[in-house]
Design a protein around this ligand. Structure first.
Ligand code: HEM
Length: 484
């Protein structure tokens, strides 16, 4: 097998073909990739320079995000992750790659999302812009304000279920909570997983969508995997239902269903709507529940921060009915714990890949020219823990976001949990609203602690990198506030 077959799809940089035997071609390719390739001057592990299999293997370990952090500490701002792939962990990288005017687009990696269905997430250019202009209306602050009562309804349910159960797998409860919210505001009908946790077990099978070949293989062995019991199918089912019987509310997905294509004046085809349903479902639920779990885990590990948040919430609200986003969003410590949770372990901690597109002037980063076709991405965890931008970067310190009793408005240029520029997160405001309201309610109503604090301290927070982090299991004991 020649290394060229292992190079990334665009593989624009190839050596001249002088030798005909396979071993000599292989040797030539390796020498070329290491010493003469346009990216040869960029440091990185040896095997990363010669084959994409190295990166694929690191992804499979689930700890690629931590490896990238270490590699940047060792090699500096640019690290070669593949023959044609480069990672960066600096503000210069962030600003140049995600700038609206950069000759950069999403990398072919995104084609692996929603396999078989087109979606805005994997599209580029005018196809994406058309969908974005429709979805942006659904995420306007005015529309989100109208969703606040749904958010509080599910927040109340979460508090009630936790109070009744007394013990919980917090990762599962938060995941059910965010899926319930999303299915409600997106498709007009909540999946109600908080009351039917057994359904959740089926829904988690949907992670197979990220590995289409594995999915096909498993399906060949078991009919279970072709049942309508994983999120893509649930999302599609909900979407079809919504199409046939509109809820009468301005649910997020209604904007897409009632839109017409600019080119034809006709509605978008169902296959495209399926892709959008899946993307919204995954983008909006896993990210938010993982962030919430990260924040709560760090608060339970740090009594001082836990008490500071509890005091702030309990002195500002007397009952859960009083909680509202208008006030809660201005509580400095609450906002600071959210920012710090998103900094210390952003849900997209690994690598957000883009590709250098044809352009007139060379695209440079840290004085290196990155040729057209180079896959270039920001290593989010490494960026958020880069000591150039954050002191004591491995410590959870909400106070770093507060100055003179107020939240630091301008933030930090290196803070990028939602990415930046035209392809940044569409649901950012919704995520802040959801996280603010539920944290306020949990800290007002309940006392939550680890079931096994020693084990949690020993093992740390073991989220795994699968593009969006996969939540670790976190067992907790829940008591109504103040109860011994
Ligand atoms: C804490 C919660 C969240 C975080 C940290 C987050 C983070 C991100 C990031 C980093 C991206 C860019 C990914 C990439 O370029 O590969 C993204 C995109 C996106 N997010 Fe979020 N997200 C969150 C919540 C949400 C929510 C609640 C929704 C709404 C349903 C949402 C909808 C989207 C969509 C539609 C995109 C794709 C935008 C595009 O195609 O350009 N996200 N998000």
């Amino acid at each position: 097998m020649s290394t060229s077959t292992l190079q990334s799809r665009s593989a624009p940089h190839r050596p001249p073909n002088f030798c005909s035997s396979l071993p000599s071609q292989l040797a030539l390719l390796i020498i070329y990739d290491v010493f003469f390739h346009p990216l040869a001057g960029i440091p990185g592990p040896f095997w990363a320079k010669v084959t994409d299999l190295w990166h694929a293997r690191q992804m499979a370990t689930g700890v690629r995000h931590k490896l990238l952090y270490r590699l940047h500490q060792k090699y500096g701002p640019l690290v070669r992750l593949g023959p044609n792939t480069v990672s960066v962990d600096t503000v210069e990288g962030l600003n140049k790659i995600f700038s609206a005017t950069a000759p950069i687009d999403k990398s072919p990696f995104y084609q692996s999302f929603t396999p078989g269905f087109k979606s805005s997430f994997s599209s580029t250019g005018s196809v994406f812009k058309e969908k974005k202009s429709i979805l942006a209306q659904a995420f306007s602050q005015k529309k989100l304000d109208a969703m606040e009562s749904s958010f509080m309804h599910h927040t109340n349910t979460l508090c009630r279920v936790l109070k009744t159960d007394k013990e919980a797998e917090l990762d599962e409860s938060l995941s059910a909570f965010t899926i319930d919210i999303l299915s409600d505001v997106c498709f007009g009908e909540s999946f109600d997983l908080l009351h039917h946790p057994e359904e959740k077990k089926n829904i988690t099978r949907g992670t197979l969508w990220r590995w289409p070949i594995l999915q096909k293989t498993l399906r060949a062995f078991s009919h279970k995997f072709s049942r309508r019991d994983y999120p893509a199918h649930r999302a599609i089912g909900a979407m079809i239902k919504q199409k046939q019987k509109p809820s009468g509310r301005e649910d997020i997905f209604n904007y897409l269903l009632s839109a017409t294509q600019r080119a034809t004046g006709r509605p978008f085809p169902d296959s495209e709507m399926f892709g959008e349903a899946i993307v919204l479902f995954v983008a909006g639920s896993d990210t938010t529940s993982t962030s919430l779990l990260t924040i709560l885990w760090h608060l339970m590990s740090d009594k001082r921060a836990y008490d500071a948040l509890a005091n702030e919430i309990r002195s500002n609200f007397k009952s859960i009915d009083e909680i509202n986003y208008q006030e809660a969003q201005h509580l400095p410590y609450l906002r600071a714990v959210i920012e710090e949770g998103l900094r210390i372990l952003p849900p997209n901690s690994g690598f957000i890949p883009r590709q250098v597109m044809p352009h007139d002037t060379p695209f440079t980063l840290h004085d290196r020219v990155l040729p057209v076709g180079t896959e270039i991405g920001v290593a989010n965890l490494a960026l958020h823990r880069n000591p150039l931008y954050f002191s004591d970067p491995d410590d959870f310190v909400p106070e770093r976001w507060i100055k003179d009793g107020k939240i630091v408005k301008a933030g930090n240029a290196a803070f990028s949990p939602f990415s930046k520029g035209p392809r940044s997160c569409l649901g950012r405001t919704m995520a802040y609203m959801e996280m603010t309201l539920v944290l306020a309610a949990l800290f007002l109503e309940l006392d939550i602690e680890f079931k096994d604090p020693e084990a949690e301290a020993k093992h740390g927070f073991g989220a795994r990198d699968a593009f969006v982090l996969v939540r670790p299991m976190v067992n907790v004991i829940v008591k109504p506030r103040g109860e011994e």
